[in-house]
Design a protein. Structure first.
Lengths: 390, 360
């Protein structure tokens, strides 16, 4: 029976991939030829004039399908758009900005009039400006989401350059700040329990998801800085990186995939050198995301830590995302905390904007329940939230 | 006893032929020996240097860690080595590992896990899941082999295509039943114990079970390569498909078998990785083939075709892993690590190719 199911799944998968052709596209509406007659240039105006959702032709560009959090957003957004009954198509850039740019060109040529873009190169003005230029040349609406389109130094440069664009995301440093505060608070409360070798200091390991990614950099930096701030305030010594010879003070997934595998390999090797037997055990692990936290916990489990039982020592592990797996680990007592990224909230906000675009209203109408950026009005933040169990 | 005396006589022969050389030839002999073994000398230097800098490097904990990390990579490397012997390659390996890891995980999630992919499925017998993983891997391998053999396509192209197809299947697989791309974890304890549990400790350090599974794989592959007609045919086809064909070797059957066997090995790797990492998602297995191919080449399995030994593959996996771990023990800057890894592969390949250039 199970084999049969598997065979069906595999057959279905192959058939689908043949139907979809290259590019990993997904056709969600039977009326595929609806806008074939429309020239790309005036599609947007047509939609504005009628103010009707049926004229909307939405193209959604994801940076990669393999990202756990982005998959949650995709599922939520697909459901939203399905319930609205609009025509939309999803694209997977497979972590490649060039691919994404080509996909945007293709979508525009096909008559897409609302672009929803999860940009691959986060925080780069050049990359996002190129996308804005493509959209403004056709006069179509553009909604960026999740990954930053500009960094602090260039704030407003891209989003201010085109009136039909907006950004829905998270305030990238916020996750790091929240994680840092969570860690600080936890340590102040449990300092002596966490300090296994009793040297009065907590030695920590840091698992970074990707080099050169704005989110990863902020999380890596602020998780430690803010935790230190809380510790200092409580009169405790600052965190100490477990390996004094490593000046980076982090270990990064070399494939840039934020993967559990990389974190697991690092941690098993770390534990072969830093353990209670040698009196230099890693007493705290901070991870850029929950996937890496899972990899770390698996490595700790193999050495008898974090088993969630009364007689097994808990090395506090912190992540970001609040995936189902992480929530389960937290409720099992194997992990301490994570920062929730609200996938549903983000999908809601994007779909509100998409409807505004279809009706010809201002993109940010009706998004008052989210936090707008203090200076840039078309930059909307879906807040993070700390999660340490239900 | 016989083996021993054989070895002794071959040594004697070597020594006497060395003594027969004049001084200039002796110099060349030493130079050649040094260059041909440069890889091993380099590793030895690296080990001594790392140990001097960080005395934990050669402690039992660390040695067991290196052995376990290597063991996890041995099945995939043994599989891909066969493809390289046929002058081919296999780019789909990593994604097959990912797919089989996710399938294994989904079938072996504990019944009490809240977000179980198949909520009504009892925990499957482990042997059945291994067979499914091997079968799925073998199926992809068979497809690879079939297209390579039937249409004389270069394996690079065929496996590039199957890599994409398998990745697509993997993405769909982890979306089904409302799993929505969430990592597959919450594995049943019996599964974790079977793979990462331990029955044997050395110097107080437990050796995980998957090390022994890797040993079984090595013995099996050694047998396949050296003691079966299939193995002999594989080397024949690798050296020259035309010559093999003329001498009555079924080239098509051999090619398909080599790829299928490789696929089965990826299935085993996926099964082991699934429990070892404990969290399986679409990214699992990414770039695994790169390390495996590098290990084979370092171990002397040549892209020229028709040459290679299982012992070399195992050596290559170990050497590569020792370097990776040493880099971590030395806290080498991450950017530099890429460069060092690249250089090692380049040097190893050059040394390998040099042997064939000299012959010409």
């Amino acid at each position: 029976m199970k084999k049969k199911l598997l065979a069906v799944v595999l057959c279905g998968a192959m058939a689908l991939s043949m139907l979809a052709g290259c590019g990993g596209k997904k056709e969600d509406t039977p009326a595929a030829d609806a806008t074939a007659e429309a020239e790309a240039g005036d599609v947007a105006d047509a939609a504005e004039a009628t103010g009707d959702l049926s004229d909307a032709n939405i193209a959604v560009f994801y940076y990669t399908y393999s990202d756990t959090y982005i998959s949650s957003v995709r599922t939520a957004l697909d459901a939203k758009l399905d319930s609205l009954g609009v025509k939309y198509q999803n694209y997977d850039a497979n972590n490649n900005q060039t691919t994404q740019n080509e996909q945007i060109d293709t979508a525009l040529a096909q008559g897409a009039n609302i672009l929803i873009v999860n940009i691959v190169t986060s925080g780069s003005v050049d990359a996002s400006q190129a996308v804005v230029d493509k959209a403004s040349a056709k006069g179509v609406d553009l909604i960026f989401f999740n990954r930053a389109v500009e960094d602090d130094a260039t704030a407003g440069q891209v989003l201010g350059s085109y009136d039909k664009c907006a950004f829905v995301g998270t305030d990238a440093p916020e996750a790091g700040h929240m994680q840092g505060k969570m860690i600080g608070d936890y340590l102040v409360e449990n300092f002596d329990k966490v300090d296994l070798n009793g040297d009065g200091k907590i030695s920590y390991a840091m698992m970074m998801g990707q080099l050169g990614n704005a989110e990863a950099i902020y999380r890596t930096q602020f998780a430690v800085e803010d935790a230190n701030a809380v510790l200092t305030e409580a009169g405790k010594p600052e965190l100490e990186y477990f390996d004094p010879t490593n000046t980076d003070k982090y270990q990064v997934d070399q494939d840039g995939a934020w993967s559990a595998t990389a974190a697991n390999n690092y941690m098993t090797t770390n534990l072969s050198q830093y353990n209670e037997g040698n009196g230099n055990m890693i007493e705290l692990v901070i991870c850029n995301n929950d996937g890496m936290a899972e990899g770390v916990i698996s490595a700790l489990n193999d050495k008898g830590y974090n088993l969630g039982t009364a007689d097994s020592t808990l090395i506090p592990v912190f992540g970001v995302d609040a995936t189902d797996a992480a929530k389960q680990l937290i409720s099992d007592g194997k992990m301490v905390g994570t920062i929730k990224q609200d996938a549903e909230g983000m999908a809601d906000c994007i779909s509100i904007m998409a409807q505004n675009a279809a009706k010809g209203a201002a993109l940010t109408d009706g998004t008052d329940s989210y936090n707008a950026d203090a200076e840039i009005s078309n930059k909307i933040y879906v807040p993070y939230a700390p999660y340490t169990g239900e | 006893m016989n083996v021993f005396s054989n070895m002794k006589s071959s040594w004697n022969a070597k020594i006497s032929s060395y003594q027969a050389l004049d001084s200039k030839d002796k110099k060349t002999f030493w130079k050649e020996t040094l260059i041909n073994n440069a890889m091993y000398i380099l590793i030895l230097v690296a080990i001594i240097y790392t140990q001097a800098k960080n005395s934990y490097f050669l402690k039992p904990d660390s040695i067991v860690n290196i052995i376990s990390l290597s063991a996890a990579n041995i099945p995939i490397a043994c599989g891909i080595a066969g493809c390289i012997v046929l002058t081919g390659t296999d780019l789909s390996a990593g994604r097959v590992v990912g797919l089989t890891a996710c399938i294994s995980a989904s079938l072996l999630q504990s019944v009490t896990y809240a977000t179980k992919m198949f909520p009504d499925l009892p925990v499957m017998p482990i042997w059945l899941v291994i067979l499914i993983a091997i079968a799925v891997g073998g199926l992809v391998g068979w497809v690879n082999g079939f297209f390579v053999a039937k249409f004389s396509l270069h394996p690079f192209i065929v496996t590039l295509a199957t890599q994409l197809i398998v990745y697509g299947c993997l993405l769909m697989y982890i979306m089904i039943n409302g799993n929505n791309g969430q990592p597959l974890s919450g594995l049943d304890q019996s599964f974790k114990d079977f793979v990462t549990g331990s029955h044997l400790s050395v110097a107080g350090v437990p050796i995980p079970n998957y090390v022994f599974y890797a040993i079984v794989v090595v013995i099996f592959m050694w047998f396949m390569w050296n003691k079966t007609t299939f193995g002999k045919n594989m080397f024949a086809v690798g050296s020259s498909p035309e010559a093999a064909n003329v001498s009555g070797v079924n080239v098509m059957k051999t090619t398909i078998l080599v790829h299928t066997l490789a696929g089965c090995m990826y299935g085993i790797t996926g099964f082991i990785e699934s429990a070892r990492i404990g969290s399986n998602q679409a990214g699992t297995g990414l770039n695994y083939e790169c390390d495996a191919i590098a290990a084979c080449v370092i171990g002397g399995v040549s892209f020229v075709g028709g040459t290679g030994k299982i012992s070399g593959v195992v050596m290559g996996v170990f050497l590569l892993r020792i370097i990776f771990v040493a880099l971590q023990f030395l806290s080498i800057n991450q950017n530099l690590q890429y460069i060092i890894k690249g250089l090692i592969i380049l040097i190893a390949c050059s040394i390998d190719m040099r042997k064939y250039l000299v012959r010409k």
